[in-house]
Ligand binder design. Structure first.
Ligand code: PLP
Length: 387
C-alpha cells in the first residue's frame, strides 16, 4: 500500500495483506506469547509478544499509514502512549503544555512525573506569546492537544511545532479528538502523534488502546525501547478490534461531522443556549485555524445552557438516545456534564476561570439519525424546564 492511495483506501488495506498460506483476508488474532526459533537467537521476526506480535504489527502499520507517518507503535491505552512520551525525557527536563489538556495527561505530568524531577508549565497554547515565554533552556517537549476538551479550542500545530523546534524541543500532538481523517499533525511539523485508540479509531466503545506515530527512525527506536521495557502493550485481540474499527473510520467520521454540525446549528438557534463550542461554527473563537488545519470539524461539541447545575444535570439524565456517560468517539451518542463528571476534580473557581460553567454540557455526537438526536435533546430540555 503506497502513501499515494487515499486515506479511505489506506484505512482498509494498509498493513493488511491477505495471509500467504491460506488467503485469509483479515489479520488473524495471533493469540500466543512466544515463537519457535530456528536456532538460538535465529527467529522469524518475532520472539516474544510484548516485544512484537503479528496482529499488533499490522495495526501499527495501519495507524502509521493513516497519519501519513513512517512508524507506528501501539499501547494498551492512550495513557500508556502518553507515558512512553514522558519516558523519552530525562530528570531535569522541562515540558510546556496546554492549560486545558485531558485530565489524565495533567495527572500523569503532575502526579507521576514531577516526582521524577520533570518540570511542567501549563499555558494557553492558543496564545503563542505565552508559549514562547514559557519555553526554557531545558524545555525538551511541547505537548499539544487539538481540539481541546471540552471547549474544542483548536491549536495551530504548524506555529507550535515551529516554536518547539526553535528551542530544539520535540512537539507531540494528541490527535485523539480530530483523528487522522480530519487532521494529520506530522504534515504540520509535529514530531510525534499520540492517540487514545479507545475513541474514534476503535470507534465502537469496546476497546481501550493507544498509539504513537512518528516519521523519525531514531525516535521510533527509542519509543520501541520504552514500549518493550515498560510493557504497556495491547493484546492481539484488542489490536484486531482496533483494526476492525479503522477500516470504517472515514465513513464514520463523515457522519459524525455531519450530525455534529447540524446539532451545533440547532443549538445555536435555541433561546436557552448561551453559547455553542463547535470549531465548525463561525462563532467559535478558533474557527479560522480549524478551517485551515482540519478537513472537517469532528463529532465533539459542548454548549452552555442558561441553566443551573441541577437543570443541566436533569437534561443529561433525561436524554434517551444520548447515553449519559464519559468517553467519546463511539458510534453511539454520549452526553455528559463536565462540571459534575469529567472535570469535577477542578475546583469551581478554577473551572469558572477557564470558561467551564456549571451549565456546560458536552456531547459526543454519534452516527444515529440526526433528527432523532435533535428530538431527544429537545425533549430533555422540556423535561428540565428549559425552553
Ligand atoms: N487523550 C485524550 C484527548 C483523551 O480524551 C483520553 C481519554 O479520554 C486520553 C488521551 C487517554 O486515553 P485512554 O483512556 O485510552 O488511556
Amino acid at each position: 500500500m503506497s502513501m499515494d492511495e487515499h486515506i479511505e483506501t489506506r484505512a482498509i488495506h494498509a498493513g493488511q495483506e491477505p495471509d500467504e498460506e491460506t488467503g485469509a483476508l483479515m489479520t488473524p488474532i495471533y493469540a500466543n506469547s512466544t515463537y519457535e526459533q530456528d536456532g538460538p537467537g535465529d527467529h522469524r521476526g518475532y520472539e516474544y509478544s510484548r516485544t512484537g506480535n503479528p496482529t499488533r504489527t499490522d495495526l501499527e502499520a495501519n495507524l502509521a499509514a493513516l497519519e501519513n507517518g513512517s512508524y507506528g507503535r501501539a499501547f494498551s491505552s492512550g495513557m500508556g502512549a502518553i507515558n512512553t512520551v514522558c519516558n523519552l525525557l530525562d530528570a531535569g527536563d522541562h515540558v510546556v503544555t496546554g492549560d486545558d489538556v485531558y485530565g489524565g495527561t495533567h495527572r500523569i505530568f503532575t502526579q507521576v512525573y514531577e516526582k521524577y524531577d520533570l518540570e511542567f508549565t501549563f499555558v494557553d497554547t492558543t496564545d503563542h506569546a505565552a508559549v514562547a515565554d514559557a519555553m526554557q533552556a531545558n524545555t525538551e517537549l511541547l505537548w499539544v492537544e487539538t481540539p481541546t476538551n471540552p471547549l474544542m479550542r483548536v491549536n495551530d500545530i504548524e506555529a507550535l511545532a515551529a516554536l518547539a523546534h526553535e528551542h530544539d524541543a520535540l512537539c507531540a500532538v494528541d490527535n485523539t479528538f480530530a483523528t487522522p481523517y480530519l487532521q494529520r499533525p506530522l504534515e504540520f511539523g509535529a514530531d510525534i502523534v499520540s492517540h487514545s485508540l479507545t475513541k474514534y479509531l476503535g470507534g465502537h466503545s469496546d476497546v481501550v488502546g493507544g498509539a504513537l506515530i512518528t516519521d523519525d527512525e531514531a525516535l521510533d527506536a527509542d519509543i520501541g525501547f520504552y514500549q518493550n521495557s515498560v510493557g504497556a502493550t495491547p493484546s492481539p485481540f484488542d489490536c484486531f478490534l482496533v483494526l476492525r474499527g479503522t477500516k470504517t473510520l472515514p465513513v464514520r467520521m463523515d457522519r459524525h461531522c455531519e450530525n455534529a454540525r447540524a446539532l451545533a446549528e440547532w443549538l445555536e438557534g435555541h433561546a436557552s443556549v448561551d453559547r455553542v463550542y463547535y470549531p465548525g461554527l463561525e462563532s467559535h473563537p478558533t474557527h479560522e485555524i480549524a478551517t485551515t488545519q482540519m478537513d472537517d470539524f469532528g463529532g465533539m461539541l459542548s454548549f452552555d445552557l442558561d441553566a443551573t447545575l441541577e437543570e443541566a444535570s436533569t437534561v443529561v439524565s433525561e436524554t434517551e438516545v444520548f447515553t449519559l456517560a464519559e468517553s467519546l468517539g463511539g458510534v453511539e451518542s454520549l452526553i455528559e456534564q463536565p462540571a459534575a463528571m469529567t472535570h469535577a476534580a477542578i475546583p469551581p473557581e478554577e473551572r469558572e476561570a477557564i470558561g467551564l460553567s456549571d451549565g456546560l454540557i458536552r456531547a459526543s455526537v454519534g452516527i444515529e439519525h440526526v433528527d432523532d438526536l435533535i428530538a431527544d435533546l429537545d425533549a430533555a430540555f422540556t423535561a428540565a424546564g428549559v425552553h
